[in-house]
Ligand binder design. Structure first.
Ligand code: 5GP
Ligand code: MG
Length: 179
């Protein structure tokens, strides 16, 4: 069930071809057995799995979990809820998130990874909202640039729901966004 006021933005085939295109762009810079993909939980789980399966290379995987102090969908000040299991000192890290909005999540996680000694950190997102960023970040590898409206599905939730959807839905331009 899709909540009222949302329309389909990307089909399953669109998402997979986006993941494949990003994988093809990243492939030349991947060092098999050395590059570490760090995904930001919970939302990036689906994109991480499709991305590394499309890549079909031997990469390491780890996870970060962050939450915003204000608990909202857009990030206010962030805190680390769960850190890395592995040692990224000296490693080239690809930091994977579902969506780039203000940029605060990527900025926060990049700082954390660098503080753990990562040699390089490059962002990778499936979706990037077309809006000004509020944090100084290097523009990540992006699957799709999308309008600045709320999206759900494929890992992206609305109050903890709708992550399981295989397609991505966007809030109708006419309606108010649920923030
Ligand atoms: P940023 O820190 O760039 O403002 O926001 C990125 C994080 O906010 C993402 O990891 C995601 O969890 C959440 N987020 C931003 N926009 C949306 C959206 O449209 N839908 C959902 N479900 N989450 C979003
Ligand atoms: Mg997130």
């Amino acid at each position: 069930m899709i909540p009222a006021g949302f329309v389909r933005l990307l089909s399953q085939a669109d998402i997979l071809s986006g993941a494949k295109a990003v994988a093809d762009r990243l492939r030349p810079q991947i060092k098999p057995g050395a590059t570490t993909f760090v995904a930001v939980l919970d939302g990036a789980l689906f994109f991480l799995t499709d991305l590394i399966q499309e890549l079909a290379m031997d990469v390491k995987v780890d996870f970060l979990r962050v939450s915003s102090y204000d608990g909202g969908e857009t990030s206010g000040d962030l805190k680390l809820v769960s850190g890395l299991m592995s040692n990224v000192a000296g490693a080239d890290v690809l930091l994977v998130d579902d969506i780039l909005d203000s940029g605060k999540t990527l900025a926060f996680c990049t700082d954390y990874l660098k503080s753990r000694g990562a040699a390089s950190v490059r962002g990778v997102v499936l979706l990037a909202k077309e809006r000004p960023r509020l944090a100084a970040i290097e523009e990540p590898a992006v699957g799709f640039h999308i309008p600045d409206r709320f999206v759900i599905g494929y890992g992206l939730d609305w109050q903890g729901r709708y992550r399981h959807l295989r397609e991505i839905f966007i809030k109708d331009a006419e309606k108010e966004t649920p923030r």
